[in-house]
Ligand binder design. Structure first.
Ligand SMILES: Nc1ncnc2c1ncn2[C@@H]1O[C@H](COP(=O)(O)OP(=O)(O)OP(=O)(O)O)[C@@H](O)[C@H]1O
Length: 295
């Protein structure tokens, strides 16, 4: 257990990498490119969120240590690192879910489009920065009701039924699920496959038109085909919004991420373009991790 040391200097190479990334371009999904199904494209990224010297502790246990990081639309950012390094805590801090954990404390700042997220209403923040969890968690209602609930919860329920229907269909299409369920939107959500349930949860999250989508190991409970669909989806969604994914799977980071942040014992050790961090890491810790010397 480490005590909070406000003067501690974390091992961060982030400044240099972040600067390089400021002129960032985005490759298409690596696996697609490898299969020749897509051309490498360049895409502009826009900063949406920024953490500055963010520290999160549970009691006297520091989970995230003075992390400074940007989150940008136009790209997928993958948070990687060994178990317990603070990935989920960092992710949950971005929409203030972490403050719901008793004993959690925060130092440092987090902004969304330049505004301190602690000055925003938590409900409004969580509409703009939505989260999808490791285990698919649809409600025990129909497919339609699950997505419509997202709109109600996010305060975005339209007045007219046809508008609601349109918004539900749009969210299901964006989540890549509509084609599979269009025949029966009244079908119980819990009777869908695990992968379909997860895409339904993504549709529910997208219904409120977030600016940032947070995904906490979204494929860890899924089969390879469902995993590929969700990875493809992350890639497509990143055209419009910022996508941040926690993964302990380096292959997944390689397939989906444009930028990778490697964490170790709460520190952000290295952050930069996915290929640089995964193929040619600068920090010895990152190198050992991507070479599989520890996990
Ligand atoms: N509610 C909590 N109370 C106390 N300590 C916690 C709590 N949640 C997490 N921690 C501790 O904070 C540290 C970071 O945990 P976190 O779950 O963020 O890491 P992680 O990298 O996401 O791990 P994993 O890959 O295993 O999910 C760990 O040491 C963990 O034990």
């Amino acid at each position: 257990m480490r005590a909070i040391d406000p003067d501690a200097v974390p091992t961060v190479l982030v400044g240099e990498s972040e600067q390089r990334q400021a002129l960032s371009v985005r490759p298409t999904l690596a696996s697609q490119v490898a299969r020749g199904e897509a051309q490498e494209t360049v895409r502009e990224t826009v900063e949406r969120m920024r953490t500055v010297e963010l520290t999160i502790a549970y009691g006297d246990k520091v989970a995230v240590n003075r992390v400074s990081l940007t989150v940008r639309s136009g790209e997928v950012l993958a948070l990687i690192g060994p178990s317990g390094c603070g990935k989920t805590t960092l992710l949950r801090s971005l929409n203030r879910l972490v403050e719901l954990t008793p004993g959690a404390n925060r130092w440092g700042t987090i902004t969304l489009d330049g505004a301190d997220i602690y000055e925003l209403e938590p409900t409004e923040l969580r509409r703009r920065v939505t989260m999808v969890f490791q285990q698919p968690n649809p409600f025990p209602f129909s497919i339609f009701e699950n997505v419509a609930y997202g709109l109600v919860e996010g305060g975005r329920r339209p007045k007219r039924g046809s508008e609601l229907e349109q918004q539900v269909v749009t969210a299901l299409k964006r989540a890549g699920l509509y084609e599979e369920v269009a025949d029966d939107l009244g079908h119980p959500a819990l009777r869908l496959s695990g992968g379909q349930q997860q895409r339904l949860c993504i549709a529910r999250a997208l219904a409120v038109e977030p600016e940032v989508l947070l995904l906490d190991e979204p494929c860890s409970a899924l089969d390879p085909i469902s995993t590929e669909k969700i990875e493809q989806l992350m890639h497509e969604l990143a055209r419009e919004i910022a996508v941040v994914v926690v993964t302990h799977n380096l292959q997944q980071a390689w397939r989906v991420a444009d930028r990778v942040a490697f964490m170790y014992l709460g520190d952000l050790v290295e952050c930069g373009p996915a290929r640089e961090v995964l193929e040619n890491p600068q920090a010895p810790r990152t190198r050992d991790y991507v070479r599989g010397l520890f996990g």
